[in-house]
Ligand binder design. Structure first.
Ligand SMILES: CC(C)(COP(=O)(O)OP(=O)(O)OC[C@H]1O[C@@H](n2cnc3c(N)ncnc32)[C@H](O)[C@@H]1OP(=O)(O)O)[C@@H](O)C(=O)NCCC(=O)NCCS
Length: 272
């Protein structure tokens, strides 16, 4: 078996991990696990991120994989268990979990905000198109010293849009000041809400809340998608935004991607 036998799997060099969104169910999990570990070893990666079907999770656990989060919908038909296998012992350990737990408790302690704050007259929001790719790229580069995807290339963002990914943005004086992306995955009817950033001068206006609200009907038009998002576990703002939007915390992916200058733990939030 090679990586091509795992639908949608890829070597993610930027984040030194093997990403495996699904696998052939005709092969026993123990054999799949051995194959994945061998591929990751050969490519000198330090984490395997596998989406497992819930029935197979115990068998993967026997092979050294661990459950990090669960999306918990239609558990039998879709890969809903986010599992990790660490090939590098240091990558398996986070120094930040105590603080991240406190942030999560704080974020969830206060009831969700009743709705977004009023939009100032000079700010306009709309869905974005390929012509906005340069502005999205510049905004994300300004906000993050490193990013888990090659967003510094506007061509990459255009390619995402052509594949069906959606973006919404807020503009002030024709400048993009806030952005959100939605990446629908038709095979599993799930959609990641991602690429969230607001320039500091425009925070406090619930812009991500509004932009996510603009994207959601466009995603739902495609079908009954489960929405999920991975928030930096150390970001009070992003976790609060998801809590306000009615997402549920479903687990934490340790040292999952390189963002903002280091490997970060990512909280998985889900909304059905
Ligand atoms: C996270 C981010 C995108 C939120 O943008 P936004 O929605 O426009 O920001 P807002 O200021 O309106 O904040 C949204 C909510 O988070 C809360 N929040 C923001 N920063 C906070 C902080 N440091 N501590 C506690 N709460 C915070 C706000 O109070 C608000 O919640 P409320 O409506 O219940 O009061 C923005 O802070 C940002 O760009 N951060 C840097 C990039 C980043 O980390 N992106 C996420 C990557 S996973």
């Amino acid at each position: 078996m090679s990586l091509c036998d795992f639908p949608g799997a890829y070597e993610d060099k930027l984040n030194r991990r093997l990403v495996v969104p699904a696998y052939p169910r005709s092969v026993p999990p123990a054999a799949l696990a051995a194959r994945l570990v061998s591929i990751a070893n050969r490519r000198r990666l330090d984490k395997i991120w596998l989406w497992s079907f819930s029935a197979d999770a115990p068998a993967f656990e026997n092979e050294g994989f661990q459950v990090e989060a669960v999306t918990a919908e239609a558990p039998e038909q879709k890969p809903t268990v986010s599992m990790a296998y660490f090939l590098d012992a240091a990558r398996a350990v986070s120094q930040h979990t105590d603080l991240e737990d406190k942030i999560l408790t704080t974020v969830c302690r206060q009831s969700p905000a009743a709705g977004p704050k009023p939009l100032p007259a000079e700010v306009a929001i709309r869905l974005l198109s390929t012509g906005d790719a340069g502005a999205i790229s510049r905004l994300l580069q300004k906000m993050f010293s490193t990013y888990p995807a090659p967003v510094s290339d506007p061509g990459y963002i255009q390619k995402l849009m052509r594949k069906g990914c959606l973006f919404a943005g807020a503009f002030s004086k024709h400048c993009l000041v806030s952005v959100v992306g939605a990446y629908p995955e038709s095979r599993w009817q799930r959609c990641e809400i991602t690429d969230c950033a607001t320039l500091p001068a425009y925070r406090g206006m619930s812009l991500i809340n509004r932009l996510a609200g603009l994207l959601e009907p466009a995603v739902r038009e495609k079908g009954p998608y489960t929405l999920y998002s991975l928030a930096r576990a150390g970001s009070c703002g992003m976790n609060r935004v998801l809590f306000n939007l009615g997402y549920r915390f479903q687990g934490r992916l340790i040292n999952n991607c390189h963002i903002g200058g280091r490997f970060e733990d990512m909280n998985l939030w889900v909304r059905h």
